[in-house]
Design a protein. Structure first.
Length: 226
């Protein structure tokens, strides 16, 4: 269990892309990339359906929106631009996975949300949040192992991990907790599910990466630097 929570690098397996900038990946690579992003979107939808608090980044978007008098949509766009700007000093580069991240996750949320339960009892709400956290973690593990480029926030995570050499779990948790705190200071609101997500998502992503490496019977090696 300690190994699963101390992962520092993204594993490479048989279907990982040899080149991040490949826009014609092998079929298995594309399949696992899309499947992972679909699971990711389903996990995000669980957090929304649970109704126990928005995601940490939505809290930040709320705060930015209040300060700059922007709608939540435009504030979310500003958040994404800020994150991508932080990629520059971290020497993070996009790929096909970065593009598909926005498309597939959004589609998965929209398609699954009408069919997910909306409990009114807090313990059930938090249970749905936990399920969502696990889906996001496993989905992240699958799509990141495809080695076709991370989404904006996962790119920030892997970039900071490379610079700090800390386990991915700690890096991701630090990012999410910092985002919630900053969003709250700017006027955003959060709930119990938000805090649970912020604290648990790093460990879930680390577990997802570890399980993908183990299931596909490949040694967990460091991903090549961009």
């Amino acid at each position: 269990m300690l190994k699963a929570l101390s992962v520092k690098t993204v594993p490479r397996v048989a279907w990982s892309s040899p080149q991040q900038f490949s826009f014609k990946p092998r079929l298995p690579t594309l399949f696992w990339l899309c499947f992972g992003l679909t699971l990711f979107g389903l996990g995000e939808a669980c957090l929304i359906a649970a109704g126990a608090g928005v995601s940490p980044w939505t809290v930040l978007a709320q705060g930015i929106g209040l300060q700059l008098h922007l709608t939540i949509g435009w504030a979310t766009f500003v958040c994404s631009l800020l994150v991508l700007f932080l990629w520059v000093p971290l020497k993070q580069l996009p790929g096909l996975g970065t593009i598909l991240n926005a498309v597939i996750i959004s589609a998965a949320i929209g398609l699954s949300l009408p069919y997910l339960p909306n409990p009114n009892f807090l313990p059930l709400q938090l249970l749905e949040v936990v399920v969502g956290i696990l889906f996001v973690g496993l989905g992240s593990g699958l799509y990141l192992v495809a080695q076709l480029g991370p989404g904006p926030r996962d790119g920030l995570m892997t970039g900071l991990q490379r610079v700090s050499d800390l386990p991915i779990a700690w890096v991701r948790m630090a990012i999410e907790v910092s985002v919630v705190l900053l969003g709250w200071l700017l006027g955003g609101t959060f709930g119990a599910g938000t805090l649970l997500f912020a604290i648990g998502i790093g460990w879930s992503v680390s577990l997802g990466l570890y399980l993908v490496g183990r299931v596909f019977t490949q040694q967990i090696d460091a991903a090549p630097e961009n």
